[in-house]
Write a protein that binds this ligand. Structure first.
Ligand SMILES: [Zn+2]
Length: 110
């Protein structure tokens, strides 16, 4: 089945780039198209050019109103439902905190 190969080689990286770019507030469509053309090389470029998220204290300094008694809230929609996203690309483990209701990446904790 030829189309499965095409889907895995081009549609999947494009889909992931689109999804991640939206989460990280980056250009979703240009990245999706770049990954459609360059396949996983585009996705690699996306990961390498990724800007580091602020740490918890940087986030608290930037959005002081988001620090509540019951934890952090999202600066975009005010939701306190924040999900933890663990990522282990190499040896280091990254933990991203992503808003559950609008999908914005908020800060990292390591
Ligand atoms: Zn939100």
């Amino acid at each position: 089945m030829e189309w499965i190969t095409i889907a895995i080689a081009f549609a999947l990286p494009a889909y992931l780039a689109f999804k991640w770019a939206r989460q990280e507030d980056r250009w979703a469509w240009p990245w999706a198209i770049a990954c459609m053309v360059f396949s996983y090389f585009g996705l690699l470029a996306f990961v390498l050019t990724r800007e580091g998220l602020p740490t918890v204290s940087e986030y608290a300094r930037k959005y002081p109103t988001c620090v509540t008694e019951r934890g952090m809230s999202c600066y975009r929609c005010g939701s306190r439902s924040i999900r933890l996203w663990r990522e282990q690309p190499f040896i280091a483990v990254h933990q991203w905190h992503i808003c559950n209701s609008c999908g914005t990446s908020l800060y990292r904790s390591r």
